[in-house]
Design a protein around this ligand. Sequence first.
Ligand SMILES: Cc1cc2nc3c(=O)[nH]c(=O)nc-3n(C[C@H](O)[C@H](O)[C@H](O)COP(=O)(O)OP(=O)(O)OC[C@H]3O[C@@H](n4cnc5c(N)ncnc54)[C@H](O)[C@@H]3O)c2cc1C
Length: 402
Amino acid sequence: MQKVVIVGGGHAAAQLCASLIEGSFAGKVTLVCEESSLPYHRPPLSKTFIKDPAAEPQLLRAESVYQEAGIDVRLGDAVTAIDRAARRVTLASGATLDYDALVLATGTRARKLPDVPEDTENLVYLRNTTDALRLRDALGAAPSVTVLGGGFIGLEIAATAGHLGKPVTVFEAAPRLLARAVSPEASAHVAETLREAGVTVRLGVTVDGFERDGHRICAVTVQGERHPVDLLVAGIGAIPETALAEAAGLACDNGVVVDDHMRTADPAIYAIGDCTSFPYARWGKTLRLESVQNANDQARTLASVLLGQPAPYGALPWFWSDQGALRLQIAGLAPPDTERVLRPGAKPGSFSVLHFAEGHLVCVESINAPIDHIAARKLLEQGKNPPREQLADPAVPLKSFL
Ligand SMILES: Cc1cc2nc3c(=O)[nH]c(=O)nc-3n(C[C@H](O)[C@H](O)[C@H](O)COP(=O)(O)OP(=O)(O)OC[C@H]3O[C@@H](n4cnc5c(N)ncnc54)[C@H](O)[C@@H]3O)c2cc1C
């Protein structure tokens, strides 16, 4: 019987289990996760979970799903080494597991502030439930919140803390928020919405010093100016968790390098989700994405391989971020220097930014316009390219082009 060992218990691992179950996989599956919970929804951790003291992690699949399928789930244990010649992994507990197929679904870890001890009492990074519980407790007690980094996670936390009535300041080094992910129009709208909600947004500024008081940071210096700190949230990005793959001699380049079937160069080892660097045919480029869509769709691709019906990965990327009352949704990917056209939404404060590259619609960002987002995803999946002046006309529903 084929033995599959999955390393990691996040969105990609859970979807792989589900797709293997759906495909009546005949082998033996073992899932090893260093976290002590079954795979759960990670996005709420920066949104609803930290707002509500009674909120619990939401499992992606019930425990009975794994049990009934005979999946051996090992929680609170980590894979520490891969012996590729013997096709065996070693766990932190000392156990070993033999595999015919090994799947790395190890996700990312938070990028850390250099020169700041990780055990600083009032400093929080957010990746998992343990971090979120710490953040939730700290948010309740802190008179004010300082967020370093104007990326998705930092801004979601800023919006949530603002909603809880805390004075919040966001410091971002780039001249605009979410600079690597969205258009200037969407960035400006996000900044304006945060400011309207009472959040102070400082752009184009770098933090050059941390003032300590015992185990706490009591202030940061921003371009020479002292800013007192009660709670410091560092949302400065994530790094693919590739340590195991690197130690095993697998190619890594901003992620574990895989082909469009999620295969590494070792025919017995695969990788899926946030930890992968993969070829994206629509662009003819190598990408690494951090999104639930990508984790799920790569898991489905790998399931097709393990089930003997391989189909290459080519799913349309899509993403969402909730920042208080603002819902930002992105369908497709925008290469740099696209031509942009604004499509007003049905309600005040709602709109979409349509991106065109070489005359083709390649990406649609929607702000509080979920109906346009769903239609845009279908348009992009179908490769349709209606005239842009019609696409920009709010009187014409996007779905009418499908
Ligand atoms: C706070 C937060 C909010 C987010 N919000 C959104 C959102 O709104 N929309 C969106 O699309 N995406 C969002 N994301 C991103 C999304 O959660 C990730 O893209 C997704 O979780 C990736 O799934 P994954 O399975 O690849 O990795 P992960 O879900 O990160 O899971 C990896 C797992 O592997 C475990 N692991 C690592 N190494 C080992 C080892 N050696 N042995 C055993 N276990 C190991 C880790 O502990 C972890 O449990 C958010 C992420 C965070 C942290």
